[in-house]
Design a protein around this ligand. Structure first.
Ligand SMILES: [Cu+2]
Length: 73
């Protein structure tokens, strides 16, 4: 399965990365999360049957960051 790449705005330090990583890890269907501060991207491995993009967007904004959409690989 291809990884899912999300663009996230508002991250400025490693604490932000940890915060976003934790928020995404708690979502249904997410099996792995890798967040890159410099590019503002989160790379997720997901189980499509359980993953919901709206939930991911909501988790990101609830954590205090901006969901800027999915990046097509
Ligand atoms: Cu920060």
């Amino acid at each position: 399965m291809n990884p899912l790449i999300l663009k996230i705005g508002g991250m400025s330090c490693q604490h932000c990365v940890d915060h976003v990583t934790k928020a995404l890890q708690e979502l249904a269907g997410v099996t792995a999360v890798s967040v890159d501060l410099s590019s503002g991207r989160a790379t997720l491995e997901i189980e499509e049957a359980y993953f919901n993009m709206d939930e991911a967007a909501e988790a990101i904004s609830e954590a205090g960051y901006d969901f800027l959409g999915q990046i097509e690989p």
